[in-house]
Design a protein around this ligand. Sequence first.
Ligand code: CA
Length: 507
Amino acid sequence: MRTEIQTGKKVFPRTVSFLLALLMLLGAMSTVGCGKEQVEEPSTVTDAPEETDNYQKDNLPDTLNYEGREFCTLYWNGAPFVEFEPEENATNALSQSVYERNDNVENRLNVVLTWRGIDGDNSHQTKFITYLESTIGSNLHEYDLVASYSMCAGAMAMRGYSVDLMSTDYFDYEQPWWPNELTSQAVVNNKLYFASGDISTNLLWNMYAVFYNKDLMEKLGITDNMATLVKNYQWDWDTMLSLSKDVYVDLDTIPGKSLGDQFGFGIYRVYADALFYGSGFRTVETDSATGELILSPTFGSGDVQSLIVEMLDYFETDDAWYDNGEGWSTKDYFVNDQFLFDLRPLYYAPQVIFAQDTKKEVNFGVLPVPMYYSDQGKYYTSVGFPYSIYSLPIDAKDISCSSAVLECLASEGYRKTTPVVFEQTMKLRYSEDDVVSAMFDVIRENLTFDLGRLFCSSFNKGAYSNATYYLFRTVAIAGNNPNWISIYKGEEGAMADVLDDIYTKLK
Ligand SMILES: [Ca+2]
C-alpha cells in the first residue's frame, strides 16, 4: 500500500547552512567523467539528526556498503535544469540540493558517484542510441546507470539494453518517489524497464499545469475558490470554460481578437497533449485478458472526437487564445494580467514569472489540468518531453548496487530536490502553505506514463512520424480538423503493427 503524504504539514529541514553547503559544493567540483578523475572524499556532514520530518523514508538497509566503489552514470547533455551533477561554482538552491542529494547517496551507500554527459537531447537521440550500442551493446561494463532524454528510454529497452527493474533488489515501486501511474501504465508483462519521478528534476519542471492569475481574478470580481474546486474534483473543462467566459477585453490597438488582448484562457499548440491526457485518455494500454499491449479504446474514441470539437470551438471564441506560433514559452502575457488561465509547464515560473528582468509581480496559483468529465474523479498530469528516464544497463557490473543507487537517488531527490522545485515554482517554502503544497502534490502524484507517449519515436510506420502524439496535437488540433475518427482510422493499422513489435520485444 502506497503511503499517501499529500496532506498535512511537512517540514523541509535546511540541513546545512547555505554557506557551509556552498563551501562543500565548491570543494567537490572536480569530477568530469567516468573513470577519469575521482571526486574528493565524500563529505562527512550528514543530516540524519534533522531528518525527523514526516517524509516517507526508503527501505534501503542501513548496512549497505559498496566500499567506496566508483558508480558511473551516463546522462544526456542539454537537460534544461540541473539534475545530475551540481553546476560548477553554482550558488543556486537547485544546484545545492542536487549536491546534497548526491552527497547523501554517497555517504549512505559508500559509493563515489561519477557522471558522464553526452549529446542526447531531442535532436541527438540517434547519436545517444548509437553510443549505447557501442558500449552496452558491446558489453563494455562502463556504466552503472543511464539517464536518458525521455524518448530514448523506450529505444534502449527495445534493443534489450535495460534490466527489468521489478526483478532488482532495491527498486521499490510503492514508494511515493515513483509515481503510481508509472507501474500501472509502463509495466509490460510484469516487467518495468525504466523509471522516473522525483529522481528527475526536469520531469517536475516539465509537468503541465494551469497557472491562474489571482490579480486578474480579483479584478474580474471572481471569488478565488480554486483550491476547493480542485479538492472536490469540480475543476473540470466546463468549469474552466464558464470561468473564462466574458473575460475578454480588446486591449490593444488591433481591432478584435489579437494577442495583445485579455483572455480567459491561453494555450500553445505543443501543450495541447495535456488536455488529452488530463481527460484520462491514453494511446496504449494493457489488455486485461491477454496481458498484451493494445491501442487504448479511448484513443480512437468518440470522446476524443468530442474533446477536439469542444477545444476547437472554444479556441474560436474570444474567451481563449490558442497559439500556433513559436516563442510562446517565454512570453509574459500571463505576467501582464492578459490571461486568467494559462496552461504551461511549471518551469514557466522560474523562467518567466520570476525572471530578473520581469518588472511586474503577479500573484498566481497553479492547478492541475482540468478533468474533461465532471465525474472523472481524478486529475492526470502529463509532461513535456525534456526530462530524464532512468534505466539500468544490462552490462552494469553489479545490478544490485545499481538498483540501490537508483532507489537512493530517487528517495533523496524526493526529500532534497523536489522541495526546491516547489519553492522555485511558488516562491514559498513547501511547509508555508498547506493549500498550495497540496495543489503541487496533486499535480505531481498524478503523472501519466502512457507507453504510446514514451515510445512515440517508434510510431513511424504510417503516414505520420511520432503518430502517438502527432495525430492529436498536430493533425487534429493544430490542423483545425475535427474529423478525429477518420484521422485515427487512417493510422490505426500502422500504430497497431508498431505496438505488436514493442510488445514482442519487451514481454
Ligand atoms: Ca485586439
